[in-house]
Ligand binder design. Sequence first.
Ligand SMILES: CC(=O)SCCNC(=O)CCNC(=O)[C@H](O)C(C)(C)COP(=O)(O)OP(=O)(O)OC[C@H]1O[C@@H](n2cnc3c(N)ncnc32)[C@H](O)[C@@H]1OP(=O)(O)O
Ligand SMILES: O=CC(=O)O
Length: 521
Amino acid sequence: MTDLKLPAGMTITAPVKPEYAEILTPEALAFVAELHRRFEPRRRELMKKREERQQRLDAGELPDFLPETAEIRAGDWKISPLPDALKDRRVEITGPVDRKMIINALNSGARMFMADFEDASSPTWDNCVQGQINLRDAVRGTISLEQNGKSYQLNDKTATLLVRPRGWHLPEKHVQVNGEIVYGAFFDFGLFFFHNAKEQLARGAGPFFYLPKMESHLEARLWNDVFNYAEDTIGVPRGSIRGTVLIETIVAAFEMDEILYELREHSAGLNCGRWDYIFSYIKKLRNHPDRVLPDRAKVTMAVPMMQNYSKLAIQTCHKRGAPAIGGMSAFIPVKGDEAKNAAAFEQVRLDKEREANNGHDGTWVAHPGMVALATEVFDRIMPAPNQIDSDKQKDFTLTAADLLTPPEGAPTEAGVRMNINVGIQYLAAWLRGSGAVPIHNLMEDAATAEISRAQLWQWLRQGVKLEDGRTLDQNLFDRLYAEEVQNLGADFADAADLFKQTATGDTLAEFLTLPGYERLA
Ligand SMILES: CC(=O)SCCNC(=O)CCNC(=O)[C@H](O)C(C)(C)COP(=O)(O)OP(=O)(O)OC[C@H]1O[C@@H](n2cnc3c(N)ncnc32)[C@H](O)[C@@H]1OP(=O)(O)O
Ligand SMILES: O=CC(=O)O
């Protein structure tokens, strides 16, 4: 292991492999330390605001458009013009920062690749630092790999890179400044930006980011201030950084204009992060008996509440000259079963056609096998590079209730069992260091696992009536849970314990990845 030269006040409590020193350089760490010193107090204040808001929601308040920002919503303004590299984003593939996946994603034929330190990655120390090494090599076009007798290297034509750092809530527990933990957002963004921004600009792209899990425009303002500071510090022009904000909390859906406005010099639009959005709906409205959702499989993008969310994002973005990117269908190719495979492709086709017809400017896919299909759909429905200037959704109107009215239907025993089974299987993989896995032929990541455990928590708390008339009480839950755990077997004991803690605790844990992180190396 290697001794690093650390900036004053910084400690690192994890093993540093020799190659990590190429990323954890004194200059890069000094930059991360300064991000922490300047911006951590505001990050904490914003987390406190989240708690206060939750208390008001728990007491019966409902999210709504903010009266104090009405002028911004009514104003006539646009985001800065998009750089050429971000004008056509018809298909974006996403994946963890694993070396092989990065190469495969960049070669997949998708226009863009979002490399994910968030929901698709389990934030072990090694994943986070090795991920930075992988991305550094990807930016420079030198990434390659020999694995299982196969040689991986980049094609001549590759996707444009976007990076999703961890959200404001996730700590990087191995790094401290003056005894305070440095947060993952500062660590991931800081290291990536420091090492790659100038190189990316020189290659005709730029430091492009996806910004996850924000709950208000004030959180977007903090990112914008971080971006200004970062650009000035390394000496690149203002507006070099472009961030696409995931609208993936029910509260942020009421601040889309305001979020674009805060980031207007750095914005690359919005994305409908549907899975976290559903999780957030459950979490934020957990105390509201009239806002209980049916089984996860029934909360599709076709239900009115989700259609309204997609259309509002499109309308808001286009009014501001910004792209509105669609979301992730969890269907992935099914091996060894033609009929199921065809059904998965059909589901993705329907989802992408709905998005393109609504007016989205691009979409997400989880797997290289879905790139050609999504491209064919967008090529057919969106002949121009994007739909920003189209009239689709121009006249769309909605009320707060249209975003908040849940779809009809009661949960089922099968839905309860599926949430337990998938949640535990996912957590077992996450604890082993994999943040995205195929389970029952669907892509599962942290966001989908959050839905599983938050639904169970809310259903139990509300004593919900199942479709067959029985009440989901503790006795019934305990029986179903015990049966599912037994079916999974002893290897899943640790994950089952963590899952139960986050699905049945006295209070609903904010994120399952927080207690989970305490168990990670
Ligand atoms: C809700 C949200 O936040 S969505 C965004 C975050 N989630 C994600 O990004 C998930 C992305 N998807 C994945 O991670 C993967 O597709 C999984 C884990 C679901 C399935 O992966 P696998 O089990 O490896 O699938 P499969 O065996 O079919 O893969 C075939 C090949 O495609 C590659 N592949 C699969 N998915 C991806 C991807 N997203 N990016 C790059 N390569 C991929 C595999 O590495 C494998 O490559 P190889 O043949 O060279 O070994
Ligand atoms: O991050 C994306 C989502 O769907 O959640």
